[in-house]
Write a protein that binds this ligand. Sequence first.
Ligand code: TRP
Ligand code: ZN
Length: 867
Amino acid sequence: MTTNAKLLSDYRSPDFTIRSVELTVELDPTDTRITSVMKVQRLNQAAQALVLDGEALRLEHVDIDGVVVADDEYSVDDVSLTLPLDQSEAMITIVTRINPTENTSLEGLYMSDGAFCTQCEAEGFRKITFYLDRPDVLATFQTTVIGDETKYPYLLSNGNEVSRSKDGQKLSVTWQDPHPKPCYLFALVAGDFDVLDDSFTTMSGREVALRLFVDKGNLNRADYAMASLKHSMKWDEDVYGLEYDLDIYMIVAVDFFNMGAMENKGLNVFNSKYVLANVETATDHDFNGIEAVIGHEYFHNWTGNRVTCRDWFQLSLKEGLTVFRDQSFSQDMTQSSVNRIDDVAIMRSHQFAEDSGPMAHPIRPKSVVEMNNFYTVTVYNKGAEVIRMMHTLLGKEGFRKGMDLYFARHDGKAVTCDDFVEAMEDANSFDLGRFRQWYEQAGTPTVTATGEYDAANRSYRLELAQSVPPTADEESKQHTHIPLRIGLYGANGEVIDLNTEAPLTDGNVYSLVEPTAELIFTDVDAAPTPALLLDFSAPVKLEFDYSDTQLLTLFKSCDDGFTRWDAGQQLLTRYVFSAMKNSAVLLPADVLQGFVSVANDSAIDAALKSKLLSMPAVSGLVNQMKDVNIHSLLDALDVVRKQLAESLFESVQQLFNSSAQPNFELTSKAMGLRMLKSVALDWIANHSPSIAESLVTTEFENANNMTDTLAALKVANTNSLHCRSELMTSFFNKWKDDGLVMDKWLALQGGWDNDACQTNLAEVEATDVFTLHNPNRARSLISGFSNMNYRRFHAKDGSGYQWLADKIIALNAINPQIAARLVNPLTHWKKFNTDQGELMKQSLTSIWTIDALSKDLKEVIGKSLNG
Ligand code: TRP
Ligand code: ZN
């Protein structure tokens, strides 16, 4: 256990709070001056001193109620300022200076391509001024921004603009945010932008100004984000009755940003990746990402901002809930089962890995060293699954009642995950006692099921058992409350009506609340095929000993898209694992035929079909294994893929042709066809590289949109077609001045599985487009390599591991938050067999032993090496 960890169990309410704050920010790229006037109020009579958080600040002045505090009366260290204070209320003025240009961590106030920009979540406000930097201190903010108008014509902060004045070139703009908020929601942006203006009329008839700020010259890439914003505002009114609460909503797109986007009150700051898009530069995947992230940040206005977190251990209160909301929004926008499949794929490939790895933590962590390390797929995505389970258990109306009560009780407050669960319970008189375990413990539960058909009694008996494996953070585990959405199917996939004494709620959901259970279904004519996790009703691993025939039944005709996909994945996984033991293994004819029949089934919509015809992801397979011999796994995948490619060859050629579209459209139907076309092209290339050469080149040359262009390039890259090098160069020459497009090129370069990989990486790093200072560029190449290029990352000589380690060492000094994220693949060394694992550990150790290792990296590497 790391020594300087903060514990949830140590939470204490604050001794003082801040009711209001007036900030004056005099901007200068290297010497910005911040004056903060705070109205401080005592909450704890026994408190002697006010301890404010602050890091990397130059303190210029402090006074209390106008009386200067001399420098021998206060104390400052690396992380705080301590002031003696005995009043019950005081006005405290603090002046500090900071250097935004030097700030490469992109946390606090920093420069992004000549513009000033802030990122305060989680604990970045303390890099701007001394403050009570914790989410349970809520103040009203008034912010005056002063800067050179010729360079920074737009001076923005939260809330409504209340005044502006000019003094020569100095422009001064004052903003007022009437909603009390924690300082992590503070934002300030100053720069020169192009602006897309629009408006939205809320359900009560108020007009809200919508302003989208983008870098000059990018207005032709802003429309989709604006449309997505309006869809989000409407959706939250329609589904939750939630209306926007200020007169203006601003979004600024910046190129230098650590994460996706930030929900600052009334002034969202976005990674430009999640704003800028048009058909020429962005793929369908990018458009979907924009809709999801715009929605996500907008939905935070109620779930995060109006009701916020008491402390950072409660992060999933806002993030799990808001991810659930953005997933529901995306699903409603596209009306496709494929969204759910993608959400599940993230759980299985990334979250299950985290839950069984060195950083395993509950969705509400108990112990944190660096909060930035806990913006995880567990807190976000497993957190969303936990909310979704409540939705499944309570039904749509019940869940809405719970949300209404949650807002009625907690609007304007900083609360805990328990408060949320309690609102759901109370609004529905539903016992979620056992369910609370989901917040308490890490680890992916396993549900083991067996089924037995009794022909004489025409009944089917299901036996269920649940267990949670020990995880890195905690040995012993409790059983939990697992909603299983159950279906029984006949031999042709027909739905069998469920007759049972067992309590099933709406949609055939069974609550597994005990360690074991038995369910008996009557009036069943023949041995059925059960599906126990329809729509992935719980984030668990389900173990049921299906026959190939049963899986084929589900794969070919189940009425639930997720279950179909899952059945196909299970079938292929089964033969991949056999091929690891015996590379001469042959897929049975009925399995191959099953895939062919799905490929030829015109009743299946294109998007779903593209998923049904995809190979299992390596990461998901690794999560089902121990002592992974990665090279033998990759070989086995190739064996299975080859056989399937041969069987599918005719069908996928037809699909490739039939999915072509004369005109470009940005509808989900058109997107599905493009996806299917690219999957088909990949299968073609796998079976016949020579036929693929010309198809890929033609596709690349004739494409009228980035989705098709990139699909062709990807197929050339994954299959190392001869045309690869020429196409990559042509793409580079066309787009080298466009960072966001070059991210796609960088990711492909990182992912290139070739003997020349290391030389190629060095060449790419030397180009002007690559820089470790821009998180998008760094992530694209580094993660493209270490998360996608399994053969080269796991090179037997350890060169791949050390390449990553060297990047991490460089990033440690520039941007610790990004370094700690990108090091992740190395931290899972225990998953792999000793040959590879030891090499991974060596490279990890080479990072561990450098001077000035950030606390971000110390926490994640320390847990991996010493845990
Ligand atoms: N609250 C943000 C979101 O989920 C996450 C975020 C954005 C963030 N930037 C960050 C978290 C920087 C930590 C550090 O939308
Ligand atoms: Zn969020």
